[in-house]
Design a protein around this ligand. Sequence first.
Ligand code: FES
Length: 161
Amino acid sequence: MSIASEAGGTAPQSAPANASRRRFVNIILGTGLLASAASFLYPILRYLVPPKLPDLGADAVLAAHVSELKPNSGKIFRFGSRPGLLIETAAGEYHALSATCTHLGCTVQYRADLREIWCPCHNGMYDLDGRNISGPPPRPLEAFQVQVRGDDIFVRRKQVA
Ligand code: FES
């Protein structure tokens, strides 16, 4: 009979029981650390790899009504998931282009005072056909087809032959 059991205390635990308890504690701590690391890294990964915006794949949209625009003005409209720019020139012609600057993707706008398309981010300029004429934009804006039906102005992607 051991001294501990004579004194009413508990017997010293065996080495296998201690190892089993230590393993259990290590598993709990390891799981906690993994969960903490995952909760820290997940938002960073979501930020670095943003979800793809569904391209609505719009081939033709109603951009505006004839009565909305006046000569020498422009209007931003939604073309799929991106902005488009519809311009009515002083002569009454319509031009429709992508409104996403080819430099760093800012939204361009029509400048009635210059009668050109302007990107406010880095002062890029395009002519009414979307050609990049000054500033940093490296490529022209994508031009769209315009079709007027009654009071509706439809814009569609140009068909590639
Ligand atoms: S983003 Fe348009 S000029 Fe830089």
